[in-house]
Each structure stands twice: as C-alpha cells, then as structure tokens.
Write a protein that binds this ligand. Structure first.
Ligand code: 0GY
Length: 291
C-alpha cells in the first residue's frame, strides 16, 4: 500500500436510510488480495487490499442486495480478482471489466458467463496512460455482439474534448461520478449544463450520481454535492445509478463512512419512486435484464 494511501473505513455506521428490497450498489471494487491477485505493474497507485468477502459483508451491513463490481486501474487489464468475486456472488453481482484490444470473442464470452456486462474506458490521466481512441473503438466493436455497455471515467475539464468521441460510439454509455463536476460552480452554470446537455441529447447516456466524498469541497459534509446529484436524478430518473465507490481508492481529504454515503441517497432521490428507480429498476435493467 502507498505510504499516503487512506484505507477504507473499518467500521461504517448503520445507515438511517433503509434502501428498497433488491437494491444495487452499482459502483464498487475489489482490490487483491495482492498475494492471490497481484496488482498491475503499470498501476499508478498501490491500494489497501479490499477483498470480495469484505465487499459482501459491507453490502449486507448497508442493507443492499447486489453489487456491480468495476475493474479498477490498479489491476490493469487482468480481471482475475473481479471474475473470482463474480463467481462467488453468482446472481448477486455483475461486473464491468477493463480489456485491451487483443481480447478475443472467446475471452469475452467467458467473462459474459461470469457476469460481466460492460467495459470501462478510463480517461483520467492520474490513473492510466492515455489510450488511443482507435483502441477504444476496436474494443467497442468487439463488445457490441454481447450487448454490453461502456462505462467512462473522465474529469469535467476533459468533457469538451471527449464528448464528440463518446457520441460517435453507438452503444449505451454510463458516465462515472456525474462527469466529476466542480461543485463550487453553480448547477445552472455553463459547465454543469454542458454535461446536462450531453445527457439530454443522447438518450442512451446514463450517469452514476456517486462520489460526493470525492467531489465535495467541504469534507466530510457532502451538502455541496447534493444539488448536482438531485438535479440529475430528477431530470433523468431512468438513466441514473448509485454506488458507494468502496473501497474509495485515492482519497486524500478523509476516509468516507459508507453508512453516511447511504444517508445521502434520500437527499438526492427524495421520493420512494425515485429511490426505486435509482437503486433497483435502473441497475436491474442495465445489468440483470441483459441476457
Ligand atoms: C473510482 C475512482 C478512482 C479510481 C479508479 O480505476 C481506478 O483506479 O476508478 C479515482 O481515483 O478517482 O471510481 O474508483
């Protein structure tokens, strides 16, 4: 583990908010354990191990029923820890992998059978070396027959450059963490509205209203992030997902309490109908209803 790496919270509180039956934590990771699943030699950080058993214990503690486990950059394109977790979870988890363009149809099929339903394209420069767009296009073509979607991670300042490329991809796109807005700027200001407009003109674009702990400028108070997430939940109720982001890689400001993160949900999705869509219907459609 890196010297300045903050491990995940050892004892998150029990949330006051009771999530609906069959709720999905649609953004979380497993890290290692390194002795069994070594980290990538190309990684930009070395995390604290965070095993599948710890993830599933957290799921139960928070009241969730299912997980979508997303391959993180520290494991590169070796999805072994992810696939192992999916095998253990069976119907209780689905996965998003990171692959390179040499991936074969047979390998994709094996991943599909394990529960993978998407790939992640990471554009965040502190996390990965730049991948040529031609590589992403080749991967997009290879996953199309499987009906998978593409999860994209970028920061707000890169939206303008990346948006035309995303709009060319003829596939469902899921944008991580609301496109990482600068929450010191207004919700109705030009920057966040550029993201909203991208969602508006592309009905096949979804977003995760996740990561208040990363976006806040007033940790551990997340109230500055709430208006952004609430806006998206109310405007695009059928195209939003929510996740803990456990075990919260690369946090610098504080160690988030996952119970506190769950208690943000009723603030961003104030009605039972919005909560049901965000936590059950939407992730179920994207990850469990695809054959
Ligand atoms: C996240 C956020 C981060 C890391 C990764 O793949 C990763 O390593 O996604 C981050 O550092 O912002 O979604 O887990």
């Amino acid at each position: 583990m890196d010297a300045d790496y903050l491990p995940f919270h050892p004892n998150p509180r029990t949330p006051a908010f009771k999530v609906p039956a069959d709720a999905v934590d649609a953004h979380c990771h497993v890290f290692g354990p390194a002795a069994q699943f070594p980290y990538s030699p190309k990684r930009k950080y070395t995390p604290c191990d965070a095993s599948k058993d710890q993830l599933f214990a957290l799921r139960d503690h928070l009241g969730f029923s299912r997980n979508v486990i997303v391959q993180a950059s520290c494991h590169g394109t070796d999805n072994a820890a992810l696939i192992d977790a999916l095998h253990t979870a069976g119907e209780l988890a689905r996965g998003v992998a990171v692959v390179d363009e040499s991936i074969t149809e047979e390998e994709l099929l094996t991943m599909h059978q394990a529960g993978v339903r998407g790939v992640r394209f990471n554009f965040v420069k502190r996390l990965v070396d730049t991948t040529p767009k031609s590589v992403f296009k080749n991967i997009a073509a290879k996953i199309r027959p499987f009906g998978w979607h593409i999860v994209v991670y970028f920061e707000a300042q890169d939206l303008e450059e990346i948006a035309p490329f995303l709009e060319e991809l003829d596939t469902t796109i899921v944008i991580d963490h609301m496109g990482r807005p600068d929450v010191s700027k207004p919700v109705d200001g030009p920057e966040f509205q550029a993201f909203v407009n991208l969602m508006e003109r592309n009905p096949h674009f979804w977003t995760k209203v996740s990561c208040p702990e990363r976006l806040t400028q007033t940790p551990p108070d997340y109230s500055d992030v709430v208006p952004f997430a609430k806006y998206l939940v109310e405007r695009f109720p059928e195209r939003v997902l929510w996740g803990t982001d456990w075990p919260h890689p690369n946090m610098k400001s504080h160690t988030p309490d996952d119970g506190q993160l769950v208690d943000v949900i009723p603030l961003i999705a104030p009605t039972p109908a919005l909560q049901q869509a965000l936590l059950v219907t939407n992730p179920d459609k994207l990850y469990w209803q695809q054959a």
